[in-house]
Ligand binder design. Structure first.
Ligand code: BGC
Length: 806
């Protein structure tokens, strides 16, 4: 093992700077002459995506086969951190087998709005649940000697303008909602790295944000690992390094090295900043390399497939089961309808896309089961085109069956990295089909495939609804087991399903194309809003049925937690997910009506009972006091609510808690709408009171951070032309029903990313020349681009020669 301190003495300043950025899309820079190996980083969150050939960060080129586990939003419905740990261990094993040092996951951004295109990659709208699950995965991944890299830190809740949006959020909301999940993941999972997000937070890029990286992550939480930029997410590399960002990815080339050298020379940063970052990076490089060298080069693909199937089964949520239609008895005559039964939708699109080792198909699994499958019909065009013939054949088949299994869902492009959804609906042709089938055979089980919430105005047309989410490569077997009763589906929703999209507090302004994204609703996302505003939802947070029933009794409570007895009162075995919320009536602060502070899973045979304990931790009663600038506890009486969902509270005990709060955070400030949870239309004045400062203006400026999608604002015909071409190409791809992720990425990409994503071919100096061009200095801009391009080629060649020791 290399001694980092000794190494720091041997390395030249240029070599040190060079180590702080990637050499290739997914590889760091190695320096064999100093014994520093090159390491691989790979996505991702629910399966390894190692691109051994052509690599990209959007999942466009193929990767080495790996197990595709259910996505985070599915596994979150299991509320099972131990399961996360098992999946993590399998991911770690596959990474080690593929000689990958860093697994780029888990994604644990808060689901502020269900239209976020990456919702399928994130766990929950609740930071406690997301943090616990992420910590489980991290422990699992790292048990194999590989580093985990939870992402995207922080306040990254939309894909639109994702590389150049500024999340404007008040400090209390930042702490209590958007950072608490990361805090739990860091303190309980101890990840060796973390990925900073693309966006700015309150005016400063997350990757160079002193408050986030130095004060909170490293200072308060004690994180001593590597902060890795999202791909192309570095803005000012020197500021990043000074403020706690360790490794710039992917491969910005020599320009980025020169940027650091110049910053040390000018005194913008010091060599000790560089050394501090290397003391984070080098141990990670050496330790993971040593673990990989000792690890087997193979993994048991069949065992991982079996784990993926168990995980999918635990993640299933039974949302409706009228007249106990499910489970279906052996021998039942079933008609299987819906394209998804034959062509599974089991993962999302973008950088998390896995090349699965195998993919199970529901139709095959049902044919192999004890059911009597009388036929299959596609039923609808997957991409939404009305097709009367498909619908007619499906109805004909349905008339002959006892029960119809109808597989509905979102298609591959409806939810994706890089693209926010435009609505929460299922395609109309699927809804029409459901209605038509219901008219001929009302015994319909809908199996629903989507990575996130959909509106269900069609719910009355089916008797049962099983939410299969995006269940990974083995999800089909799990669904078949649940339909036939081999598995009792016991998952519970990790996010609220509203009646309609308009009920979501951030609905009116999502996903804004403005630079500033205003988090006006504050603390009130998900169930925190619905329970406070007392607004009805379709399916509440924490909701899920099962084939059995459970009774809760004999609750005891104190400041440390609660204990209670859970009894399986039904006739089949099952698992109950018991949730603990706290509430404080007549609080002096505004606060959500209920907040999740603990949960437990208990598996019971019919008639069996068990005493369970749910402990409360240091996050149970705390709030962020914006005046005292620290965590405090409001003293007084609290209700501890134990429930089967946030709305199905079964037991309640009151306890008294000793407070610490000295100064009232909101004295003399009228924040009435926040006290009532009336946040659908927060006025500028109220939001400014919450922020404690004026709302920053999000005006477009022609600078390095102008996105290519904003080139129409430029003062250059060249800019307009590029904008026009991109816009037309994007429109065409939308019209084809398959938005081009690559063009979308470029559309949302700021100019500076040209220098960060082109393997050193474009320098920041050239970007500055382009900016001059776009500002209207056509000749000067062009001359500068040419001059900087020549300079870049020469300096890069000289630097590479020096770094190779030639
Ligand atoms: C995504 C990250 C991913 C990275 C590398 C980026 O576009 O935002 O989540 O890890 O690419 O593929």
């Amino acid at each position: 093992m290399q001694n980092t301190e000794l190494l720091l003495k041997k390395l030249t300043l240029e070599e040190k700077c060079a180590l702080l950025s990637g050499a290739e899309t997914f590889k760091t820079r190695g320096m064999p002459e100093h014994g520093i190996p090159q390491i691989w980083l790979s996505d991702g969150p629910h399966g390894l995506r190692k691109q051994a050939g052509e690599s990209d960060h959007l999942g466009l080129n193929p990767s080495v086969p790996a197990t595709c586990f259910p996505t985070a939003s599915a596994v979150a419905n299991s509320w099972d951190a131990a399961l996360g740990e098992e999946i993590g261990a399998a991911l770690g094993e596959e990474a080690a087998a593929q000689e990958v040092s860093v697994v780029l996951g888990q994604g644990l951004n808060m689901k502020r709005n269900p239209l976020c295109g990456r919702s399928f990659e994130y766990f929950s709208e609740d930071p406690y649940l997301a943090g616990k699950l992420a910590a489980g995965y991290i422990r699992g991944i790292q048990s194999k000697g590989v580093a985990a890299c939870p992402k995207h830190f922080a306040v990254n809740s939309q894909e639109t303008r994702r590389m150049a949006s500024d999340s404007i959020v008040d400090e209390r909301t930042l702490r209590e909602i958007y950072l608490t999940g990361f805090e739990i993941a860091v303190k309980e999972g101890h990840p060796r790295s973390i990925m900073s997000s693309y966006n700015l937070v309150n005016g400063t890029y997350a990757n160079e944000n002193k408050h986030l990286l130095m004060e909170i992550l490293r200072g308060e939480w004690g994180f001593d690992g590597a902060v890795i930029t999202d791909w192309g997410g570095s803005n000012d590399h020197a500021l990043g390094v000074k403020n706690g960002s360790t490794l710039e990815m992917p491969a910005p080339g020599g320009d980025s090295v020169r940027e650091l050298l110049a910053a040390v020379e000018s005194g913008k940063i010091s060599e000790s900043d560089i050394d501090a970052r290397l003391s984070e990076l080098l141990p990670l490089v050496f330790d993971t390399k040593a673990a990989l060298d000792a690890a087997p080069r193979e993994f048991d693909a069949a065992a991982h497939h079996a784990l993926a199937r168990r995980a999918a089964a635990e993640s299933l949520v039974l949302l409706k089961n009228e007249g106990s239609l499910l489970p279906l008895a052996a021998g039942s005559k079933v008609a299987v309808i819906g394209d998804f039964a034959k062509n599974p939708r089991y993962q999302g699109a973008g950088s998390s896309m896995v090349n699965s080792t195998q993919v199970d198909v529901l139709l095959d699994k049902l044919i192999d089961s004890e059911l009597n499958v009388i036929g299959y019909q596609q039923g609808f065009d997957r991409h939404g085109k009305p097709d009367a013939a498909l619908q007619k054949s499906a109805c004909e088949l349905a008339t002959q069956a006892d029960t119809v299994i109808l597989c509905m869902g979102l298609d591959e492009i409806a939810e994706s990295e890089g693209l926010d959804r435009s609505n929460l609906r299922l395609a109309q042709n699927q809804v029409d089909l459901l209605q038509a089938v219901a008219a001929v055979n009302p015994k319909i089980v809908v199996v629903l495939y989507s990575g996130s919430v959909v509106e269900t105005p069609w719910l009355d047309n089916c008797q049962a609804l099983l939410y299969a989410a995006l269940g990974g490569q083995a999800g089909a077997g799990a669904v078949a087991d649940a339909l036939t009763g081999k598995v009792n589906p016991c998952g519970k929703l990790a996010e609220t399903w509203p009646l309609t999209y308009a009920d979501i507090p951030s609905a009116a302004d999502f996903a804004t194309r403005r630079k500033t994204v205003e988090y006006r609703e504050g603390l009130y996302i998900g169930y925190r809003y619905f329970t406070t505003a007392e607004k009805a939802v379709r399916f509440p947070f924490g909701y899920g049925m099962s084939y059995t029933t459970f009774a809760y009794s004999d609750m005891a409570a104190d400041e440390q937690g609660v204990s209670l007895t859970v009894t399986n009162t039904g006739s089949v075995a099952g698992t109950e997910i018991v949730q603990l919320y706290i509430a404080k009536k007549n609080s002096e602060l505004f606060r959500p009506a209920k907040e999740l502070k603990g949960f437990a899973r208990v598996t019971l045979a019919p008639g069996e009972k068990q005493r369970i304990t749910i402990t409360l931790d240091d996050k149970a009663f705390r709030f962020w006091n914006v005046k005292a600038n620290r965590w405090e506890i409001e003293g007084g009486e609290y209700e501890l609510l134990v429930g089967a969902s946030v709305e199905d509270i079964r037991l309640c005990e009151k306890i008294s808690v000793h407070g610490t709060a000295t100064v009232h955070p909101y004295e003399d400030v009228d924040l009435d709408c926040y006290y009532k949870g009336d946040v659908l239309h927060v006025s500028d004045a109220d939001f400014e009171k919450l922020l404690g400062h004026p709302i920053p203006n999000g005006k477009t400026k022609i600078d390095r951070n102008l996105t290519l999608g904003e080139l129409n604002h430029a003062r250059s015909p060249l800019g307009w032309l590029v904008w026009l071409v991109l816009t037309i190409l994007l429109d065409v791809s939308y019209k084809r029903g398959k938005p081009d992720l690559n063009i979308l990425f470029q559309y949302n990409m700021p100019l500076r990313a040209l220098a960060k994503m082109t393997n050193g071919a474009i320098s920041m100096g050239m970007v500055d020349g382009i900016v001059m061009e776009l500002q209207g200095f056509w000749i000067l801009g062009l001359v500068r681009v040419i001059y900087e391009a020549i300079k870049n080629v020469v300096l890069n060649a000289q630097m590479e020669k020096r770094l190779r020791g030639a």
